[in-house]
Design a protein around this ligand. Structure first.
Ligand code: SF4
Length: 261
């Protein structure tokens, strides 16, 4: 016998609320963050006011040169990498051209950067892998990116964020420090901090959150001595070592005012 068709016992409006509740639950801040939703949202709103379109500071002309620059930036400053890559990218901005240049000449260009011998090897090996496995294109997929020589999760996240506009969180030394210092995302490893941040940062701020946190760490919440009087979130911050609770005026910052790290 055919089962009678019954209407759901839950009215449509209630079902909608249940769906919303489920969504909220899925987005509930990880237990370890010390901030409420309202505080987290306000922190990123202020970062957005300061820098509506933050840019990375590694110079590049396409996804391939971005990938190479990020690989070279491990344990090096962006300014140091830019100095070395300007001439290199002028003559080799594709995997094919990089391969044709060869490891020795790549090494010549980058020998002012730490670990340059190993990095030159990786640049050539990743150019070969891109040509062999991806038709010379940089893949917009984390699993594929981390298979490339010299490319780890952090590098893949930077490339996915900057070249493909994906809402990833590449946890570098600045973000690891801020996450722990202010209790936004305490974690022993970059992966732990990344895991918390991607869950707590509101979707509308996720695209630029990585750059906002890096710039905040580089110029304000600095490693040795945080510059709390210059900090726009000083009133919200829960760091034990903050020196003021008076936030700095919230005004847009021109990119040119930023000095290279
Ligand atoms: S108030 Fe000080 S410790 Fe807190 S985020 Fe700002 S600079 Fe960092």
């Amino acid at each position: 016998m055919e089962k009678p068709k019954t209407k759901s016992a839950v009215p449509a409006a209630a079902r909608s609320n249940l769906r919303d509740a489920a969504k909220r639950k899925a987005k509930t801040p990880a237990r370890r963050t010390r901030y409420t939703w309202a505080e987290i949202s306000e922190i990123f709103r202020r970062f957005h006011v300061q820098r509506a379109e933050p840019q990375g500071e590694l110079e590049h002309v396409n996804a391939f040169t971005l990938l190479v620059a990020v690989v070279l930036s491990a344990q090096a400053t962006d300014a140091g990498v830019n100095k070395a890559t300007r001439a290199l990218f002028a003559i080799a901005d594709t995997p094919q051209k990089m391969l044709a240049l060869g490891e020795a000449k790549v090494g010549e260009h980058i020998k002012t950067i730490g670990l340059w011998r190993n990095k030159a090897k990786n640049v050539i090996a990743l150019s070969q892998a891109l040509i062999r496995d991806h038709g010379g294109e940089v893949p917009g997929d984390r699993d594929e990116l981390v298979k490339l020589p010299g490319v780890g999760r952090k590098t893949a996240n930077v490339v996915l964020n900057m070249a493909f506009g994906q809402p990833t969180m590449a946890v570098d030394t600045h973000i690891l420090r801020i996450g722990n210092r202010i209790g936004l995302a305490p974690g022993k490893t970059p992966d732990e901090v990344e895991d918390i941040l991607v869950r707590i940062i509101p979707d509308e701020y996720m695209r630029h959150a990585h750059h906002w946190l890096i710039l905040h760490g580089r110029y304000v919440c600095k490693a040795r001595k945080p510059d709390c009087p210059a900090c726009v979130i000083a009133d919200i911050c829960k760091a034990a070592e903050k020196t003021t609770s008076l936030p700095a005026p919230l005004i847009p910052i021109e990119p040119l005012e930023e000095a290279p790290a």
